[in-house]
Design a protein around this ligand. Structure first.
Ligand SMILES: Cc1ncc(COP(=O)(O)O)c(C=O)c1O
Length: 460
């Protein structure tokens, strides 16, 4: 649907339901199959999620036929867009040769070599089944290496869904217990606000049981509260001085921010890195890439404890095929440059729009990640910002940028954007190298129409 289509005069949710009847019918079936009808928390949507039949490049198609510009990009895994020919061909060829040998194979060697070539921290690589498994492994290795049982993380930083890292991942951040996580597990995590080196130093000094610091290096929830180079450099120095391991969770930023991830871009090398998503080219897979002496705890050695690490799908041939094809292209630098340029263009276009219309909205973000904030009346960003130097609204306050949201407005924007032909992830989105200038300009126009629709509902 073109972004300029005049909407019929119906309430937004009704208009959405009328436009996506196939999704509505499927959701009715899903509600009796799945808790809350969906298979991932992020797919919950009011009144129902959109069902998709296929995808290509920067687009996906709803079962009701609409072409949607996609800003979910496979939860961040599709830097190359949907169904890139080289990845499809590699996976199809591998499919015919075998999906799981239960044996070592050539593609895992090629995949591991590419990770080592691209990621500065990657002296050794161990493949896992997912990003969650990668952070689980990194933390367990840190305990074995340092002999210290605890770790420090940051408010609003997401590291998957295993027990230890769920603490302080979401607002309210200072609640120490998480439903279903035993208190004596949760107490092994010390959480502090991001971007405050003094708080980190105080916490490390106060607690010698903290063996590692883990973070999303461009900011929690893929940059909702951006982190930039100075903080990363400070953390690196602090961890070295205090003899703790520094773990970068580059599950999203790895191969996205730059071919070597945020660590390559900012020139700060962690001891361990958790990777997934783009690593496996849109198929399941993850890895820990880090120091030889730390990953050595996976090896059986006389007199040393060994970390057990089975995992049916570690380095499975299909993921390896997709990963090798994807990382081969990432290594050229071109996909990261294009995706970053697309997001930068979108942030600047949106800020131009908001300024021209005098709407209380602002766009921000770094690299290929874009966010919008409603109800914002503070200092305006420039409209010529670069890839990671734009103004961060609300003084980068975690409680304002990553605090409670107006969910009516959140879902309203999603519905309105879908009605204008864009699948926008709540108040945020990510780009791929397939998001051309024309695609971005269409999205900027879609925002104009969508925010007008929201305004008509009193939510603008
Ligand atoms: C920064 C970060 N770490 C870890 C994970 C968990 O990865 P997975 O979903 O592959 O388990 C995610 C998932 O979105 C993530 O964004």
């Amino acid at each position: 649907m073109p972004a300029t289509a005049a909407p019929p005069l119906l309430a937004l949710a009704d208009r959405y339901a009328a436009a996506f009847p196939g999704s509505k019918a499927r959701f009715e079936q899903a509600r009796v199959l799945f808790p809350c009808g969906v298979t991932h928390d992020a797919r919950m949507m009011d009144p129902f999620p959109v069902y998709v039949s296929h995808a290509r490049g920067a687009h996906k198609w709803a079962v009701d036929g609409q072409q949607l510009t996609d800003y979910f990009v496979g939860h961040g895994s599709h830097l190359l867009g949907h169904c890139p020919d080289d990845v499809v061909q590699a996976v199809q060829e591998q499919m015919a040769r075998g999906t799981h040998y239960g044996s070592c194979h050539d593609l895992e060697l090629e995949w591991g070599r590419l990770v080592r070539k691209l990621v500065p921290s990657a002296e050794r690589v161990r493949f896992t089944g997912s990003g969650t498994e990668a952070t689980l492994m990194a933390l367990r290795l840190s305990r074995l290496y340092t002999g210290r049982p605890k770790f420090l993380k940051f408010h609003g930083h997401f590291h998957g869904w295993h027990d230890y890292v769920t603490v302080s991942a979401d607002y309210p951040y200072d609640v120490p217990n998480v439903p279903g996580v035993p208190d004596d597990v949760a107490k092994h995590c010390v959480a502090v606000p991001p971007n405050d080196l003094n708080r980190v130093e105080d916490a490390l000094r106060a607690d010698p049981d903290i063996g590692a610091v883990i973070l999303e290096p461009t900011g929690g929830h893929w940059g909702t509260v951006p982190i930039r180079g100075a903080f990363l450099k400070g953390l690196r120095e602090l961890c070295t001085r205090q003899n703790r391991l520094l773990i970068f969770d580059e599950v999203i930023t790895g191969f996205r921010v730059a071919p070597g991830g945020a660590q390559a871009f900012y020139g700060v090398t962690p001891d361990l890195t958790a990777l997934a998503k783009i690593l496996a080219g849109g198929l399941p897979g993850g890895c820990v890439a880090g120091r030889t002496d730390v990953l050595a705890f996976i090896e059986p050695r006389p007199g040393k404890p060994k970390m057990k690490h089975p995992g049916t799908y570690n380095a499975n041939p299909l993921s390896a095929a997709a990963g090798v094809a994807t990382l081969t292209r990432v290594a050229t630098g071109d996909p990261c440059t294009k995706a970053n340029a697309a997001a930068t263009r979108l942030r600047n276009k949106l800020n131009e729009l908001f300024e021209a219309k005098e709407w209380p909205w602002v766009a921000y973000g770094d690299f290929s990640m874009v966010r919008v904030v409603p109800g914002y009346r503070g200092e305006r960003p420039g409209t010529q910002a670069g890839v990671n130097d734009g103004l961060i609204p609300h003084g980068n306050d975690v409680n304002k940028l990553d605090g409670p949201k107006n969910m009516r407005q959140f879902y309203g924007l999603r519905q309105a954007m879908l009605l204008t032909g864009v699948d926008w992830w709540g108040f945020a989105g990510m780009t791929s190298c397939e998001h051309s200038d024309a695609v971005i300009d269409h999205t900027a126009r879609a925002f104009e129409v969508a925010i007008e629709m929201l305004g008509a509902e009193g939510l603008g």
